[in-house]
Design a protein. Structure first.
Ligand code: AMP
Length: 181
């Protein structure tokens, strides 16, 4: 399992999909799974930039991992976003016969992030929601990297600036360095 980390707008989804497509793996984005659920209640939470409850999000990822049982590997994007979720993941991975190969942190400057979010134009990309999501990211999500690293998992920082292809090459290199260890 490969986990993509980074603030909203860092390019997790683009890079996650590309990596999964290249290797024949499944891309699992909790944000996309929640949007696909077409639930008004969930949409309201997302529009505000709030987090969906741990119970709901863990159920979503549990189901998605079950559906991916026959796929060689999976790429997680947008999960775990809290220590509690990371804990749940570590506790439940053995049940899904998976383990975390690498956590890739996409390092991107604030300037580039705002540029990318502006181009993307997703329904929940209002100024208020972006501010809320950035705040949640710094407070709750950033500490997850330390947590996973302390559990002995490889966390690699990758320069996320530049073209999609350039960043993808860096991601692939980071992954290979980890696999060959
Ligand atoms: P994303 O597509 O990753 O930017 O996620 C969009 C929205 O889905 C977030 O702003 C949250 O409202 C919700 N969401 C996605 N992943 C999670 C998660 N792991 N925990 C809580 N809420 C989540």
């Amino acid at each position: 399992m490969v986990i993509f980390f980074g603030p909203p707008g860092a390019g997790k989804s683009v890079q996650g999909q590309l990596l999964a497509a290249r290797h024949g793996w499944r891309w699992l984005s909790t944000g996309q799974l929640l949007r696909d659920a077409k639930s008004l209640e969930l949409q309201e939470i997302m529009t505000r930039g709030d987090f969906v409850s741990d119970k709901k999000i863990n159920d979503v990822i549990d189901q998605a991992l079950s559906l991916a049982d026959s796929i060689d590997d999976v790429v997680l994007d947008g999960y775990p976003r809290k220590i509690e979720q990371a804990q749940w993941l570590l506790d439940n991975l053995p049940r899904h016969n998976r383990k975390i190969t690498i956590v890739i942190f996409l390092n991107v400057s604030n300037e580039v992030i705002f540029q990318r979010l502006r181009i993307r134009g997703r329904a929940d990309d209002s100024e208020g929601s972006i501010a809320k999501r950035s705040e949640e990211y710094s407070e709750k999500t950033e500490p997850v990297m330390e947590y996973l690293s302390a559990k002995g998992i490889d966390v690699l920082k990758v320069d996320g600036e530049g073209s999609v292809g350039t960043v993808h090459d860096r991601v692939e290199k980071a992954l290979q360095s980890c696999i060959q260890k």
